[in-house]
Ligand binder design. Structure first.
Ligand code: PLP
Length: 188
């Protein structure tokens, strides 16, 4: 197998972002079924499979480091457009838990610094991490109650005070679908 033998996959985010069209072209194996994402295991998109195949093929013949960096930067730029950020604000982590750990340990949080969260509606990894930090550094944890089993965005915003250094809320977890309204967290 050579790199050229593998056809390029469809663009990840076409200019006209059409979720239905993407679900048809990227997840054709689903046919007429409706897939409900639970932020856990999921069918692999055709373009993802193609990218993995091309990467493995490239690595099996040595690997083009410049091409790898170029791909990483291109993806960073595409993801930033998807979520309304800048490419410089996108960091790669191996998984959610590692990302949380990096944030938690890189902010230099200490005694009296407040972290606001909603443990009732959180994934355990976004709870134990902060409990550990509370024990080891003396940060203050403010647990905001959930509302109807979901994150209460208004209550979270109200809980923010002068000592708050971080608000941590999952948009979606494997256990709960909170669908926290992201606009509620665009604070000025
Ligand atoms: C807050 C949080 N941490 C951790 C996880 C686990 O995911 P991962 O295996 O990517 O760390 C999830 C999954 O939904 C999550 O929502």
């Amino acid at each position: 197998m050579t790199v050229d033998a593998i056809p390029p996959s469809a663009a990840l985010f076409p200019a006209e972002f059409d979720p239905y069209q993407i679900s048809q072209s990227e997840f054709s194996a689903l046919g007429d079924k409706t897939y409900l994402d639970v932020a856990s295991r999921a069918p692999l998109a055709r373009s993802v499979r193609g990218a993995i195949d091309r990467y493995v093929a490239m690595r099996s013949v040595g690997g083009d480091k410049d091409a790898m960096f170029e791909t990483a930067e291109r993806v960073r730029e595409k993801v930033s457009r998807l979520i309304g950020a800048t490419a410089e604000e996108i960091a790669y982590t191996k998984n959610v838990s590692e990302g949380l750990g990096i944030v938690a340990t890189s902010l230099g949080l200490g005694r009296g610094d407040e972290v606001v969260f909603c443990p009732e509606a959180e994934h355990p990894n976004n709870i134990y991490l902060w409990l550990h930090l509370q024990k080891s550094t003396g940060i203050k944890l403010t647990a905001v109650p959930a509302k109807d089993g979901c994150v209460d965005a208004e209550a979270i915003v109200e809980a923010i005070g002068p000592d708050t250094r971080l608000v941590t809320v999952s948009y979606q977890t494997t256990k709960f679908r909170t669908d926290a309204p992201s606009h509620a967290f665009r604070l000025t």
